[in-house]
Design a protein around this ligand. Structure first.
Ligand SMILES: [Zn+2]
Length: 143
């Protein structure tokens, strides 16, 4: 790898800053990085911030930590894991989540209640055997 010292210094600084960005009380940007190690692209950080704001509300309600199995995905990684071509994960607007004390079905029921109450802004939600997918799309989608 070749780069000029000037670029490498500012590059390292920016990478460090973004890597450890605290988005909310309990969520860092790092938790939403692609599982292949790719950081969330800078232009998608506002999407991830909105997503994290909602996840924080859920976390506060549960009083329990939430694990993000999958947040942002690069197109290549999304393809590899069999994601839809227009997956919300590509835009940094989706997270696949779990929490220790609830099954995906139980967690989804709680999320649905909070959406109905106007506390969460998740448009999309899908229940899977090992996790719940939530996303902040504008329309409503359930599966
Ligand atoms: Zn998902």
């Amino acid at each position: 790898m070749q780069f000029s010292p000037g670029i490498s210094i500012s590059g390292v600084f920016i990478t460090f800053k973004i890597k450890y960005m605290q988005l909310t009380t309990n969520f860092t940007l790092q938790e939403f990085n692609c599982n292949d190690g790719t950081p969330v692209p800078a232009d998608l950080i506002p999407n991830v911030q909105k997503l994290a704001n909602n996840l924080q509300i859920l976390r506060d309600h549960l009083g329990e930590s939430i694990h993000v199995n999958s947040g942002y995905r690069t197109p290549a990684y999304n393809k590899k894991v069999g994601g839809k071509s227009l997956s919300q994960h590509l835009k940094g607007t989706a997270a696949d989540i779990t929490c220790k004390s609830k099954s995906p079905k139980q967690l989804a029921a709680i999320i649905e209640k909070l959406i109905t109450a106007g506390k969460l802004k998740f448009g999309g939600m899908g229940i899977y055997p090992g996790f719940v997918h939530v996303d902040i799309r504008a329309g409503k989608a359930r599966w």
